[in-house]
Design a protein around this ligand. Structure first.
Ligand code: HEC
Length: 233
């Protein structure tokens, strides 16, 4: 009886000690069960470490290799990351293809580039907000070329008047994306989707929905007009 009691006490003490031993805090990480679950092998995307002994000193990998070995023999170019399939074309989040027209190809863009965004009140509202954000400093709230910055740099197009009213949507999109003359490119600041929303707003609200069939001729005329207006400085 006594022996049984002593044994059970011993058992409780042993259990207590083992529980204390498991405690992790501060610099003591405690005992790890299945350490591979804590120390996963980190794959470097652009490089591979092919030396199987690298990091052997701290390795607890099941395959017996060094902790830092992370080669993946199936991938080419000494990288762990796979390359995209040849001919893969990246698309933006909204599914559109990259814009391929160069800055000087404004005439082609005017004719061929079409607005993929459906026109509705919500889009117009968002287009207005974006126009106020990106375009008003130069073009003014109403698009008349009388923004605070526009007054100083001069030669800013009045989007509500003259030949500008007839610009095609593709033309306006191209100018926002690539810039034109004294207007800088905004392609890197504004997403394609938002650029098209601005185009809808300019076309529908500032230009009363007018669209030109002769976008190219109109564009040329507009360029000439702007050049006359632009002061030499
Ligand atoms: C830093 C000032 C500035 C900002 C900001 C600016 N523009 Fe312009 N914009 C100009 C100037 C200057 C011109 C005249 C360009 C030229 O020399 O032909 C112009 C011309 C234009 C034209 C006429 C292009 C043509 O074919 O003649 C359009 C359309 C236009 N801007 C739209 C926009 C829109 C939309 C935004 C906002 C996303 C915007 N601009 C932001 C200065 C600006």
């Amino acid at each position: 009886m006594k022996i049984a009691k002593a044994l059970s006490l011993l058992g409780i003490a042993a259990a207590g000690i083992s529980l204390v031993a498991c405690k992790a805090d501060g610099d003591n990480q405690g005992l790890e069960y299945a350490p591979q679950m804590y120390h996963s092998v980190a794959y470097e995307p652009l490089t591979q470490i092919k030396d199987e002994t690298k990091g052997e000193w701290l390795s607890n990998r099941e395959d017996g290799k060094g902790e830092f070995f992370n080669s993946n023999i199936n991938n080419p170019h000494g990288m762990n990351m796979r390359e995209p399939v040849a001919g893969t074309v990246p698309r933006t989040k909204d599914g559109s293809l990259p814009y391929r027209y160069k800055a000087f190809e404004i005439e082609e863009a005017s004719v061929n580039v079409k607005n993929p965004i459906e026109l509705n009140d919500e889009v117009l509202k968002e287009g207005e907000r974006l126009f106020q954000l990106y375009c008003t400093p130069c073009h003014g709230k109403g698009g008349q070329g009388d923004g605070t910055v526009g007054m100083i740099i001069g030669g800013v197009a009045n989007l509500t008047g003259g030949a500008y009213v007839g610009l095609s949507e593709g033309h306006i999109y191209h100018v926002i994306t690539k810039g034109k003359g004294r207007m800088g490119a905004h392609g890197s600041q504004i997403t394609p989707e938002n650029r098209w929303k601005i185009v809808h707003y300019v076309k529908q609200k500032l230009q009363g929905g007018q669209n030109a069939d002769n976008a190219v001729a109109v564009a040329e005329k507009a360029t000439q007009e702007t050049q006359v207006e632009t002061p030499a400085n």
